[in-house]
Design a protein around this ligand. Sequence first.
Ligand SMILES: Cc1cc2nc3c(=O)[nH]c(=O)nc-3n(C[C@H](O)[C@H](O)[C@H](O)COP(=O)(O)O)c2cc1C
Length: 179
Amino acid sequence: MEFYEVIRTRRSIRSYKPDSIPDELVNRVLEAARIAPSGSNRQPWKFIVIKDTDLKKRITTACGNQKSLDEAPIIIVACGYNIYSEQNKFYNRGGYMKDFSMLIDVSIALTHLILAARTEGLGTCWIGLFNNEEVKEILGVPKEVNVVAVTPLGYPKVGKFAEPGPRKNLKEILSVDKF
Ligand SMILES: Cc1cc2nc3c(=O)[nH]c(=O)nc-3n(C[C@H](O)[C@H](O)[C@H](O)COP(=O)(O)O)c2cc1C
């Protein structure tokens, strides 16, 4: 699939078929996250793949009960090492980001995964509404790691991968030579 078609037709998918996904396909999508770039090549991420029915229900509850999660055959929890971890305690991008620094790296990797999923005909939805402490408790995530985002992964039930909804036009988001 052509790259620009992938990014133009990636949509947040909120309704899934129960069909399971071949491992080979899941692995390709995970591989896209694995090879993502990161500051100083630190790769401060960990992806937790959840297939267990009971665990999926509990994660769904910890994500504001967003049913698309429970419906999909797989939930992926994207985590990042925070400043309590040895490798990331000196993070402070731009002189202000501190612990936020790792969010950039993990978000890039998750974006790779999401675009790879679209290429494979799989749906995802970036879930930012979650309770960090609850998800950590359910999955046994250590103190030096935080949850960055969650996504369902599965075959979309309805609809197609449509064109984007409303977006700001380029004039609004772009300036040349000054702010
Ligand atoms: C950081 C972030 C957090 C989001 N959180 C949620 C969420 O909790 N639940 C949800 O259904 N969609 C969530 N979304 C999806 C957005 O609503 C969606 O990307 C946006 O409306 C544009 O639609 P599209 O992804 O189909 O192009 C989130 C997206 C981002 C990037």
